[in-house]
Design a protein around this ligand. Sequence first.
Ligand code: 5GP
Ligand code: MG
Ligand code: MG
Length: 179
Amino acid sequence: MNNDIERVLYSQDDIKAACQRLGADITRDYAGKNPLFIGVLKGVIFFMTDLLRELDFLADIDFIDVSSYHGGTSSTGEITLVHDIDTDISGRDVIVVEDILDSGRTLAYLRDRLSERNPKSLKVCTLLDKPEGRVVEAKADYVGFNVPNEFLVGYGLDYIEYYRNLPYVGVLKPEVYAN
Ligand code: 5GP
Ligand code: MG
Ligand code: MG
């Protein structure tokens, strides 16, 4: 385990099991459909690839990049669109894939931006959900784990761009971001 990590919350095996469960749920719910998966960069990269390989159908994939953090451990509240999708989503079944749902601002923003392009349906799958962090109303349709209100890193999640490629989700030692 990396020295900056206080404890591992979800191991590689835990995450794999969650991907298998979510992949099976989505495979069942979208039988006979051709949904487009929109991953929210950058935190989603590992979850997106692991989840999509658990599906029993061929998936269409795109990515969107929004930023709300600007480096710290708490959200600034202001969302900016860094990179938009290329795909026309009108009439499509869309599943937004997120690493973590916290204040809900990112998801609320994405729902607004994507809904106005008239998708046939719009659902959300997040690996991690931090319900205590909610500031605006936001709900995911598929959730891997409900997590405590702590700052997490690994498996895509960063602190100032570090720790993303840790293979597990862990709690960062508070002294790492205190100084
Ligand atoms: P929200 O807009 O719901 O507050 O936050 C969504 C984004 O904030 C996530 O996609 C992620 O980038 C970041 N975020 C929220 N909670 C955490 C956390 O515990 N750790 C890390 N590394 N990022 C987080
Ligand atoms: Mg995210
Ligand atoms: Mg981040």
